[in-house]
Ligand binder design. Sequence first.
Ligand code: ASP
Length: 300
Amino acid sequence: MDLIRPSDLSDDQLDHLLREAEHWLEHNRVADKRADRLAGRSVVLAFFENSTRTLLSFDMAAQRLGAMVTTLPAEKSSVAKGETLIDTALTVDAMQADALVMRHPEPGAPDSVAEVIRAAVVNAGDGTGEHPTQGLLDTATIHHHFGRVEGLKVAICGDIRHSRVASSTHALLERLGAKVALAGPTALMPEGHDGPDGIDEAVAGADVVMMLRIQRERLSADLGDKPGEYLERYGLTEDRFKTAAPGAVIMHPGPMNRGVEITGELADSEHSLITAQVEMGVAMRMAVLDLCINGSDDTA
Ligand code: ASP
């Protein structure tokens, strides 16, 4: 199956992925990380936008499951010679890959690829569209920490307008019964929003505060924020975090701009689940690749 957006998953598949990710999380903590769910299978990673965590974790996930992993060096590929994305995808398909994990700046690009290839398409981020595996790993991290998602108050703050993480994480958390508040400066909120930034209101009493980076590469105008100004007005400072619920946690999908949307101290504090998100990222992507290539038999 393809995974392009959270709504591609049935409730059973979502439950399955949350359970399986827990299994792989434990599995990855032992010295010998080999598994054979994808032994003999071929996984291609094609990233036409920058990535650190997503690229590395899909690569590790596929390798730990025993797959043969090939990474297309996008900037050196024939796309740079004018080949269309569809022709590139058909090429990968003709090579009998079992899955194509792709990141692309164009929202909807994975849909057009999935229409024409046989291999499973996994969306690793399509421009400002969706980032389903980030949404899944965020949800799994929250579920792991609190033992539930239902009833939690989650604030997602920052550049909501350009964030595919906000879309996918919001959709999954609400589906599981969390109360999600999206907040950010007006220029970084979805089209049509003209209210106040709402950050203080969103953080107050929140169980989870997730901060997002300003996606400057997708901004047409300069925000005009002087150094330090963004942090004071919209970022996660000690004073703001103090208003969150007792036991509240801090999340961030990365890459982080310390001192802009979050202070370095809070990012490194005992309240932070940021590295837990990264660890869950590998586990969740193992669960996703297994589901997309093999279907949904539990391994746990
Ligand atoms: N890493 C996330 C993404 O690829 C968030 C970000 O880039 O700010 O969407």
